[in-house]
Design a protein around this ligand. Structure first.
Ligand code: DON
Length: 581
């Protein structure tokens, strides 16, 4: 489980940046260079436990499913299986069995931190030409809709792995609430009904999708009970047979037949060969806290670590809002630039992680930040950003023993590929768009990729998902968010707010901003900055652009001084629920 790393010379563009900026006014520093890493956080003692539990997720049925499994003797990891499986049923627009997830788990008894990589992979027959129109332009429909857009799902294997290696209960028991809700039915919330209505035209293209989501030719009506017996059956097979219940046998045959009949290229071998993986999380120290977060194939943890390493050279608390935002945005800009250039699936690509995560590398980047002035990204290759809807989901759990699970799960864009595979009830993801499918062309989140993220048989597409656990001597947080490329910056801001002493409720409600290097704008949630800060940022030559929506964060915190747990679900999404039990 070691990360493969190697050094690469900084690219020409970075050298150009350094040269251009050489001699520019260096920003006054509050912390001397080379002393940017604070002392390591004191880790959770195996003897301290909260004695009660907290879960925050994007849907109250899923939060309750997790609490039900805890009440039956399960731990945070069994609860994570229950919450994820229930979200597959009640929030299918965001995540599900047909998608994948990434999770950071912390086991209290021995302090073991692990990253669970249940990311989708490209099928063996992947062919980049399938995503290019005859005139050479990107075929966005192939990348985002229908079976060609779908990677081999990782979520079922990830749930089995968590239950077997980390859970206390049989998988059957952890999946029981999801199966019951799928069979007995539930009332879809306003967001699911609206998302089905939005995607109606796409869903109508495939009979199984229309049959499931447009029962009488229309989305489920408000207040009506809606059942999902086909997915209940698929979940039962998974519960009974583990991996074999999904990746081999009946379900696998049906998935492959449906995909191929609709023009896709999956094979039985693709499914049988899928493995969820345990990896070593990225772990860095920042202001006395240990941040445990997602390694590749997520770019999120690398970017968050790089940003925090840059910021650790400044005392943000002493600055006014405009200067604080200036420094954070410049750190974001530099980290996203590396995201585009270097990162991909660690099983396929050698990445300069030693360099990217090094405090000395951060020292260099910090030097290039100008006082009172934005650094133009324009000297580097440009991309256009999309406005993603918030369709991915994150939940956070801490149990009575102090086990923690941060889980971000996705089918990618709204309703994934819009393609339900036959009568399995499984809505497939459209995660293939997270590869750099067409060189030099951005994906739906405006992210440009390089060869490091080119599609290859069996390769995982790069993700921004950033489930994170922040462990301090007296306070701990489990944190994450949906939001495509904005996941990284939203989680970063959540970490900074937590370390500044904010509560779970304050963190999820906080107004947000985002910069991803290209396009060279700060996306701003309405109400984030007052007129004075806005004017000051404009004076530093920043372009501000209003953006909505923002990701639905779900955060739990544990204050070990008072043994108080808090669970907060994002007020931007009324169906979410944070609950302490
Ligand atoms: O893995 C990723 O980075 C994306 N598939 C996540 C998509 C997402 O967050 C959608 N919500 N806006």
């Amino acid at each position: 489980m070691t990360l493969s790393v190697h050094w690469r010379m900084p690219s020409l563009s970075m050298l150009a940046l350094s040269l251009l900026l050489a001699g520019g006014p260096a920003l006054a520093r509050d912390v001397a260079p080379g002393t940017t890493r604070p002392a390591a956080a004191q880790l959770v003692s195996a003897h301290q436990r909260p004695g009660h539990a907290a879960i925050a997720s994007a849907n109250f049925l899923a939060t309750d499913a997790g609490l039900e499994v805890l009440a039956k003797g399960g731990n945070a990891f069994d609860a994570a299986v229950a919450v994820a499986a229930t979200l597959s049923v009640v929030e299918p627009e965001s995540s599900g069995l047909g998608g994948g997830f990434m999770a950071v788990l912390h086991r209290a008894k021995d302090g073991h931190d692990v990253f669970i990589d249940a990311r989708e992979v490209a099928p063996a027959a992947v062919d980049s030409k399938a995503y290019v129109n005859p005139d050479g332009s990107p075929d966005r429909d192939a990348a985002l809709n229908g079976p060609l857009s779908a990677g081999i799902p990782g979520e079922p294997a990830g749930l089995v792995l968590i239950a077997r290696r980390y859970g206390r209960l049989p998988l059957k028991q952890s999946l029981a609430p999801a199966i019951r809700i799928a069979r007995d039915g539930f009332r879809p919330d306003a967001r699911l009904r609206a998302d089905i209505a939005d995607q109606r035209k796409e869903l109508q293209r495939w009979p199984a999708s229309a049959a499931k989501y447009l029962p009488n030719g229309a989305p489920p009506a408000e207040g009506a009970i809606w059942r999902d017996p086909q997915q209940a059956r698929t979940l039962e097979l998974l519960a009974a047979h583990g991996d074999d219940g999904f990746y081999r046998g009946d379900t696998a045959k049906k998935l492959v037949a449906a995909v191929r009949a609709a023009g896709g290229n999956w094979s039985m071998a693709d499914l049988a060969g899928y493995r969820a993986k345990e990896r070593t999380p990225i772990s860095i120290d920042y202001r006395g806290y240990r941040i445990v977060t997602a390694p590749p194939p997520s770019s999120g943890g690398v970017a968050i670590a790089e940003i925090l390493n840059i910021l650790s050279g400044f005392d943000l608390g002493k600055l006014d809002q405009a200067h604080r935002v200036h420094l954070i945005v410049e750190a974001m800009r530099r980290a996203f630039r590396d995201h585009n250039d270097y990162l991909g699936d660690p099983d396929f690509v050698k990445m300069p992680l030693d360099m990217l995560l090094s405090p000395y590398y951060a020292d260099g980047l910090r030097q290039s930040i100008l006082a009172d002035k934005a650094t133009p990204s324009s000297m580097l290759p440009a991309a256009a950003a999309g406005e993603p809807g918030m369709h991915t989901t994150h939940f956070s759990i801490i149990d009575a023993d102090g086990n923690m699970a941060a889980v971000t799960s996705t089918v990618n864009y709204i309703m994934g590929s819009n393609f339900v595979a036959g009568d399995t009830g499984v809505l497939l993801n459209d995660e293939m768009d997270d590869f750099a499918l067409v060189p030099g062309k951005p994906n739906v989140y405006g992210l440009l990729g390089s060869a490091a993220n080119a599609p290859k048989p069996g390769k995982r597409m790069l993700s921004s998902m950033s489930p994170t656990i922040v462990i301090g001597a007296s306070r701990t947080a489990v944190i994450g968010s949906p939001g495509g490329s904005t996941i990284i910056t939203q989680v970063l801001e959540g970490i900074l707010h937590f370390i500044d002493g904010q509560s779970a409720q304050q963190i999820v409600a906080h107004k947000r901003f985002h910069h991803q290097y290209m396009p060279d704008v700060i996306d701003v949630e309405p109400g984030t900055f007052g007129p004075a800060t806005t004017a000051e940022l404009a004076g530093m030559v920043y372009t501000l652009k209003q953006r909505d929506p923002w990701g639905f964060m779900n955060v739990v915190t544990w204050d070990r001084r008072t043994n108080r747990l808090d669970a907060a679900s994002d007020p931007r999404h009324p169906s979410g629920l944070g609950k302490v039990q």
